[in-house]
Design a protein around this ligand. Structure first.
Ligand SMILES: [Zn+2]
Length: 369
């Protein structure tokens, strides 16, 4: 649901003697040529269309997908129908995460209705449930108070998700940049977005809960649900500091984070301290998930979407597997790519996804009722 970076393209600046397509001598590492050959998962996409090209392009690039419903934009039932359509059309390739509506929060039957919707979604094949930043940043109760993600009324919902062995995808809060003045923001995409959308620029809205309020509420929610499998979307809104992220990954072993639309923040940090980011990824290789936030809807130009999908994801592969000097449109200056060992790349792109979304390897069938 985050299309603001749609037309940005990754650029590679190859330096040194090794050309882009050349296989590395050492078989501990992948090369650019391996991109299509290695099975990968993109655990954070949004397909709001019945058209097949998004999945077909992903299949060509050897990606399986989790398409995620969000409590924003189109009605969630329609989003779920699109998702089910894609799962039925590509049962090996696609699974989906449902969501629930927070409208009617103050109604007595909100909880019962929400549980019923989730139950129905699970019977219709959902493997996870997404909660979105409207919790913490938009939803207010009848007294005009912001509802935060650690509100006790969510506990029953999270228990239900856990009991059904599903995964919670939690996009809570925003990048820390959202609470900073434009000139202090670290990456260009955030500067552009918040310049153009002052209504979402929290630095201008001190009456809203702070960045710390969002993070603390999320952490308290995780403390209450230690056995719930959680994928923290967008690096759990701790994209700005691998140190801060490390603290949570240490504390919450059932928390993994997806990197969707936040790889530029890793690149920004690696431009300043390559070793720190490299060591972080090696240490937390079991709790990192590859995701993009790529999306499509019926009105998009399919050729453009497919080209962008490929270029965007291939740029990430370049960052993770090569040791080239690179540039990305979001990040000022150059940075060195990480050249992670194969086993780490396999975890980020595949094995961790199979752990956090076990339905991919456990059940083969489609579950529409
Ligand atoms: Zn998203």
């Amino acid at each position: 649901m985050n299309n603001r970076f749609f037309f940005l393209l990754f650029a590679c600046v190859g330096i040194g003697a090794m050309s882009c397509g050349e296989a590395p001598k050492d078989n501990q590492f992948y090369s650019l040529d391996d991109y299509d050959k290695v099975l990968k998962y993109d655990v954070h996409v949004h397909i709001s269309s019945d058209k097949p090209y998004f999945v077909e392009q992903s299949k060509k690039e050897n990606f399986k997908l989790v398409t995620v419903n969000v409590n924003a934009g189109e009605p969630i039932v329609e989003q779920r129908e699109y998702a089910i359509h894609q799962v039925e059309a590509f049962p090996e390739q696609v699974k989906y995460a449902t969501t629930f509506d927070v409208a009617g929060w103050d109604d007595k039957d909100w909880q019962a209705k929400t549980l019923a919707y989730l139950d129905e979604s699970f019977k219709k094949g959902a493997i996870g449930v997404k909660v979105w930043k409207n919790i913490g940043m938009e939803l207010k109760d009848k007294n005009g108070k912001f509802v935060m993600i650690d509100d006790p009324r969510f506990d029953t919902i999270f228990d239900f998700i856990e009991k059904n062995n599903k995964t919670l995808i939690a996009h809570i809060g925003e990048p820390k940049n959202c609470w900073l003045p434009i000139e202090e923001m670290t990456v260009k995409n955030d500067r552009d977005y918040f310049s153009n959308h002052p209504q979402y620029h929290m630095y201008l809205h001190p009456e809203y809960p702070s960045y710390e309020d969002q993070i603390n509420a999320r952490d308290r929610m995780l403390e209450k649900h230690p056995h719930l499998r959680v994928s923290g979307a967008h690096m759990a809104s701790l994209e700005w500091s691998v140190d801060e992220l490390a603290k949570r990954l240490d504390k919450f072993p059932n928390l993994a984070v997806d990197m969707a639309e936040r790889i530029s923040h890793l690149q920004y940090q690696s431009a300043r301290d390559f070793q720190k980011v490299y060591d972080f990824i090696i240490k937390y290789q079991d709790q990192l998930l590859y995701g993009t936030d790529l999306s499509t809807s019926d009105d998009r130009d399919s050729a453009k979407v497919m080209q962008y999908m490929h270029d965007f994801r291939f740029g990430h592969w370049r960052y993770f597997v090569t040791d080239e000097m690179m540039e990305a449109p979001e990040v000022e200056g150059q940075f060195k790519a990480l050249r992670l060992p194969k086993e780490v790349v396999d975890k980020i792109y595949r094995k961790n996804a199979e752990k956090w979304f076990p339905a991919f390897t456990e059940d083969k069938g489609v579950a529409r009722q």
